[in-house]
Structures are given as C-alpha cells and as structure tokens.
Design a protein around this ligand. Sequence first.
Ligand code: NAI
Ligand code: MG
Length: 480
Amino acid sequence: MYINGKHVESIGGGWFPVYDPSTEEIIAEVPDSREADVDRAAKAARTAFDSGEWPATTAQQRGRLLFKLADRIRNEAGKLAELEARNCGKPIVEAEMDIADTATCFEYYGGLATKVLGHVNPVPDNALSLSLREPVGVAGQIIPWNYPLLMSAWKLAPALAAGCTCILKPAEQTPLTALEMTERLDEIGFPPGVVNVISGFGESAGAPLVRHPDVDKIAFTGSAAVGKIILRNAAESIKRVTLELGGKSPNIFFSDADFEAAIDGALFGVFINQGEVCSAGSRILVERPIYRKFVEALAEKAKTIKLGAPLDRETKMGPLVSKEQYERVREYQEIGKREAKLLAGGGRASSFSKGYYVEPTIFADVDNGTRIAREEVFGPVAAVIPFDGEADAVRIANDSPYGLAAAVWSRDIFRALRVVKSVRAGIVWVNHMQPTYVEAPWGGYKQSGFGRELGPWGIEEYLETKQVYINLNEQPIAWY
Ligand code: NAI
Ligand code: MG
C-alpha cells in the first residue's frame, strides 16, 4: 500500500487475497492494514497537511498535479480498464468508460481548484468583512467495490483540489486499481503524505480510520448499515461526514412513453454493471394500461442479455463481485419467488461452471411493501410494480426509506415535470436512467445519505469557511 510517498507492507505483516470473480481464482495479495497502519497513514496525512510543501502549494499548482494525473490515467487506460474488469467482474467495455470518467473527474477538479472563491460580507460598519475558503484538513475516504477507480477519483479529486490531504481505503474486494494508481503519484509530483492508500477490511481498517483523532472528515460510499456505524464512530471527534448510501430507485413508466425506448431504459436502468449500482432503477413502476405488454417485453428481452467473461468485448453482464455478494443476491432471488411472480431468471446462470454469475432476474406484480421492493439488493434483480395514474406513481415512488435517484418516462412534458418535482430523490432523470456527469451534483435524500459529490458541490464538502473581520476605525472600542 502507499503511505507517506512509499510503498509499504502492513506493520503486522498480514496479507489478504484478491479474486477474479469470473474464475474464483486469486489474482493478487495485498497488505492487510490494521489500526497501527491507519495510524501511520493518518500521521503522514496530518503532517503533510500541517507542514511541508502542501500547505504552501497554490491552487494552480494543485490543479496542474491533477491534470498530470488525469493524463497518466488516460495514457494507461487500457491497462487500468483490464485490471478493473478482472478485479470486479464488470464488462471491459464498461470498465473503459469508467477509466475515461476517472480521468475526466481529475481534470474537472484540476480546473476547479482555481475557481474557489471567497466573499466580501456587507457588514454595516467601518470594517471589511471577508469569508475565506480553506481546506477541511485530513480526509478519510472509504469506498465500495462497484466502481473502484472512479469512486477513488470522486473522493480524491475534489479533496486534493481543495488542498486537503487524503487517506483512501478501497473496498477489500477491489483494491487493485487504486493501488496501481499510486505508482504514478511520486513521479507526478505529489508530496509525500498528501495521498495515502491503505488496503484493508471495513472493521479492522475502515473503523479505525473513522475514529482517528487526526482525521477531520470522512467521506463514505457504501451500505446504509455501515453508514450508520460511521456516523456513530465519527461523533466522538465531531468529524465532518458525507454519506452516499445507495437506494431502491423507482424507474417510472407512463403509458405514453416510447415503448421500445422504455423497455431498453428499464433494463439498462437496473442491469448495467450487473445491477451493482447505487442508483439502480430496481423498482420498475409501470402504468396499468401498458403493464401486461410491458412485463412480457421486458422478460423476453432480459433473456437475451449476453452474460460472459469480463474481458470479452461482447459481454453485457459479468459475474457479481464476490462470493458474499453472490450469496446475498441468490438469497434475494429466493425471497422474491416467495413474494411475487418470477418472470425471468431467478437463479445462478447455469452455463458457467465457475464464477459468481447470476441470471438477470425480473419479478412482476410486486407489492411495494415486500422485501424485494424495500431492500437494496445490489445485483441484477428487478421488481416490477403496477400503478394507476400520476398520484399513485408518486405515492409508490416516495414510499421508500431511500431517496437517491428516480426516472420518469413520458412524452407529456407537463406530467414528467410534475413528477420530477414530487419525487423525493437527489437525482431525477426524464426519458433516460443512469447518465452521470462530473459537472452535475450526485447524492441522496432520506436514508440515501447526505452531502453532494461532483460539480462545485463536491469541492464544497472539503472546504471550511473562515470569517475575517478587519477593523477600519483607528479607535474602535469606546466602551469603558
Ligand atoms: P459495505 O458498506 O460493508 O462496504 C463499503 C465500504 O465500507 C468498504 O470499503 C468496506 O471495507 C467499508 N466498511 C465496512 N464496514 C465498515 C466499518 N465498520 N467502518 C468503516 N468502513 C467500513 O458494503 P458491502 O458489505 O460490500 O455490501 C453490502 C451491501 O451494501 C450491498 O449489497 C449493497 O446493498 C450496499 N452497497 C452500496 C453501495 C453504494 O454504492 N451505495 C456500494 C457497496 C455496497
Ligand atoms: Mg459489509
């Protein structure tokens, strides 16, 4: 792993295996960082923030470092995409898109570094009142396994642009691309301790990071269950926290939607990246008049989705990331069979003798109160729910503990916009689902978390605001 500008082993000397989920074979071993390693990384990040070159760097210099990193990632995109696909099982074509987005994210925040502005506050006195923006300090960043390098960029890029120092903990399933990226940081010119990447497990490396007194802020993407633990552990030292916790996002189809586009949009919304997507459109809400025709077409097309090896360019769906996730998704397939009507899939993809492959699975006639309509599956499992008219659609859409994303499909712009305004979600698409841009805010309502990533919102989460009062009176206080 990478601490204080050096590649190091864990202090305890432990290692753990990393798998290719399509073959179930070990492809690497990485250091198993524990509390002592977290402490070492936190001290390095603290020192780099408090002294040395980093606090003296200008926004222009930080921007240029991020541009250089973006260039390196773009130049080595093929290699990184292949490593990403092998480690998390996603189709190579999707991994290539992720790596391109990773470079774009570093570039975006490289540009934004020089656009962080303060204010002059119009106070009613003979004084100059300013608001300065300053980095929040040492950022601990804990990320999941579904978009490993891209999530690293969503975390590191705005933090570094703001002038923070970072300790990134990739998910234990998928540490390889983030570790690979560290090979370039020294050469690019990041001072030691500014970026630290530690490989390790949630409880033994993530939790100590959240509790560490030298860490000022925690940014987390992952499960709601862990989000709650992080909030509790962060309370002790009053850390700033941002959470992106996934969801159970409704993808809403009205009768007047373009039918062919709708079927593709429903499948893409829930099955892209094997359904291992925080914003997956896992509740497909369909208006009653087109409901029967819709579910039949959906099931028919779902059966044609090409499952295959991650590195095969024809593959549209790879294996799930891990044995644990495979078992969790298999369990939800069984729960769904008890709760609703199985339309497609429902089991292991039987043509593979190895690998964590499951069939794209669709349940119809789902009641919104059931577990497959309320709990995040994080795999290719869709729950189709009928509705009667606009008010019913909005009611069902909002009847969820989550509020990350939603989509609405209709050719009636007035209706689409009414639904956009009524749905309680941080991201709402109209006549599409999933396009994501570094320029636009990302984050959830309700139990999907708080704080926003990407765009100017993303850098805000790494900035403090300092009020400065400059007295312009020569004799200010005539009180006593
Ligand atoms: P998780 O939430 O346990 O893991 C995400 C990250 O948090 C990993 O880096 C992990 O090491 C870390 N972590 C785990 N426990 C921690 C703790 N006590 N303190 C600090 N960090 C900790 O997710 P997991 O177990 O891989 O997946 C379980 C479910 O979580 C999935 O089925 C899915 O529903 C949801 N999930 C949601 C994601 C999202 O993007 N919103 C991403 C990954 C999972
Ligand atoms: Mg977990």
